[in-house]
Design a protein around this ligand. Sequence first.
Ligand code: MN
Length: 335
Amino acid sequence: MTKSYFPEESTTFTRNIELLRGHRVAVLGHRRPDGDCIGSQVALTRVLNATGIESLAVNIDPVPRTLKAFVGDTPFFLAADLPAGEFLAVSVDCADHARVGDSVRDRFPNVLLNIDHHVSNTLYGETNLILPEACATGEILAGLFFDNELAVDSVAAQALYLGIATDTGQFCYSGTTASVFDICRRLCELGASPSQAAHELYECEKPGRIQLLQRFLASFRMEHEDRVCIGSITDDFYEETSTTPEDAENFVDYSRSLDGVEIGSLLEERNGQLKGSLRAKEHRYRVDLLAKQFSGGGHACAAGFNVERKLEDFYPEFVTAIGEHLRQVDAGGLS
Ligand SMILES: [Mn+2]
């Protein structure tokens, strides 16, 4: 007998596939889609089509440039271009219904099946397959497909691999278990190519993004005996490098990556607004509480906030707040 990944959920999944039969299906993803979202949409849409259920993927935002290669000939539609008529809706990687975007939610007020790995999922589907222990929605789908012996073609295999590789930070985060590698091994046997995925994701940068990164790295200021690193980006950086704020995605991770740095931060000045991102190496730092001081929030190790301030005017106050936070943590004052 072959291994079963998600026995209980796989039964629920099969039952739902039968409910979809005879209908057209829209596979919904979230706003500003990432690798796991696009990968999950590609895979589910293809697997459903292969079983004779006419399906297409729907997003409110376009597929990002670096992810286009993973879509292949999968039918993808922007919400505005969606053909008329009835569809049953299935969502993937969307923690709440609003995440699909307002116009998509209005078009699909009922979600038949909600498949996701976010612990915060609001269970808005008629059926909810939520597995917070899964590292990616791609891992859930791969397990469900394997358990049900559904045909996964090479494009779907690569798409599922994409979701797992990106949501685990290239197999670095704590959700990266033996089972994740087992699923990826099977995806490789079905045609997934880790080197091709890495090429598309990390070796097709546009020059402007590297120039933007160069400027961001040059902006680093070390504070509090080098325990804190703060980088900044201002509007003119984007203009000079022909980039947009989306190109600075994940830049904050560089500020945390330095040896000895415990809290990294990115301050982004856009249109007179300041967007702050905070990252800590350890949970005891609670950057969510720091962000809260500026009306933001998030998780212990990753948080953000927005303030209507100028960068240089805000900076000293920000550094002082982080210093006070470090003193509290050092004194054992936070749990
Ligand atoms: Mn995900």
